[in-house]
Design a protein around this ligand. Sequence first.
Ligand SMILES: Cc1cc2nc3c(=O)[nH]c(=O)nc-3n(C[C@H](O)[C@H](O)[C@H](O)COP(=O)(O)OP(=O)(O)OC[C@H]3O[C@@H](n4cnc5c(N)ncnc54)[C@H](O)[C@@H]3O)c2cc1C
Length: 409
Amino acid sequence: MSASDVLIVGGGQAGATAAITLRQLGFTGSVVILEATAELPYERPPLSKDYMLGQRTFETCLIRPARFWAEQKIDILTNAAVTAIDPTRQQVTLANGRNFGFGKLLWATGGTPRRLTCPGADLASVFTLHDKKDADAIAAKLDVPRRAVVIGGGYIGLEMAAVLRKRGHHVTVLEAQERVLARVAGEALSRFIEAEHRAHGVEIRLGAQLREFRGANGAVTSVVLVNGEELPADFVITGIGIVPVVAPLLAAGAAGGNGVEVDEFCATSLPGIYAAGDGARHHNRFAQGEWVRLESVQNATDQAITAAHAIAGQAKPYEALPWFWSNQYDLRLQSAGLNMGHDTALLRGDQAARSFAILYLREGRLIALDCVNRTKDYAAGKALVSSGARLDASRAADGNIPLKETLAG
Ligand SMILES: Cc1cc2nc3c(=O)[nH]c(=O)nc-3n(C[C@H](O)[C@H](O)[C@H](O)COP(=O)(O)OP(=O)(O)OC[C@H]3O[C@@H](n4cnc5c(N)ncnc54)[C@H](O)[C@@H]3O)c2cc1C
């Protein structure tokens, strides 16, 4: 049986970052990454942005060039999906039946796209967008203008709507909630984004309930809503969230449910087993004491760094500020903090000029902000959220006053 001092399951954002960090910390033991797909670690954000638009090659999306891993003595085994963990024997089992031993284990498998279960959901040309294979399959549809239906008005769905419009497709976005980005953004931002997409020719249907997909010759031809309306579709992209890939960990006895629970050092409840990234639920100090599972490059990277420190015997708690970005058309959206539990939302700047920020306050303290083409506010806001600063609401709402000069008192 093969074995390594540190075994990392999942060679994505968190897995790759943890391996890199271990070497940066001077860890000299063996490090192996088991990755289910055929790819070396790469960044996913370009898949719905410049990679999808053909403005960027896959090689530039790699987290490190191929030679880096060999130079750093980090072994990456691809096509190596882990199906089970035995925490007592300290070994995992791969889909091919092989076992692999470990000293410490980092579980960094991210999530898998949530899939629709309605009739016709398995027809050809009904896509999800999670990995390179998905992106390449969608990109192959983009050369000739077609009728596309995007299901889900979250970040990935909206980024794809923007890409599809740029490539000349007819685009309808179906969102089940009464506003887009309902899970992550405040209402003012949702309404602004909806208006932007409509101005770019996207048809947005809110409160849209899907009944089925219809097809011909095995491929989708239309999307039918619960009210009976039938929307013609040459292809469909579903972006309705992810489900964390944690079943083997939970089956091995780790605490969790919607994600595996980790402490401030990214340790699971199983000794010597850590988790990081989209699949890890944790108490975040910016979440008003709530458990959260964040799906972002920032969280995957910072949790991986935290886990690597703990594994290398240099433990320091996870305290990073959550942040996120999205690009749609010429809009640069940047968010910092978590807006859950805010009691006040202040608009600063000018929506008509497409440069504004929404500040979320709780008892006078800035807890989060969403910025649109407002990079200075974003930079200042990150520092203010981190320090739990109290703002003078009327000054903070004045976009002409630098944000860092709007402290209360
Ligand atoms: C299209 C797209 C656009 C995005 N845009 C943004 C953005 O603009 N900003 C942002 O902050 N975030 C964005 N994200 C989210 C971000 O990419 C994720 O939050 C981040 O990649 C999570 O890192 P991770 O390591 O937890 O998971 P991943 O990066 O998904 O890596 C998990 C890896 O584990 C592998 N794996 C899964 N199961 C197994 C198994 N059983 N055995 C072995 N390997 C396994 C997977 O193949 C995968 O390579 C985007 C995501 C997508 C899909």
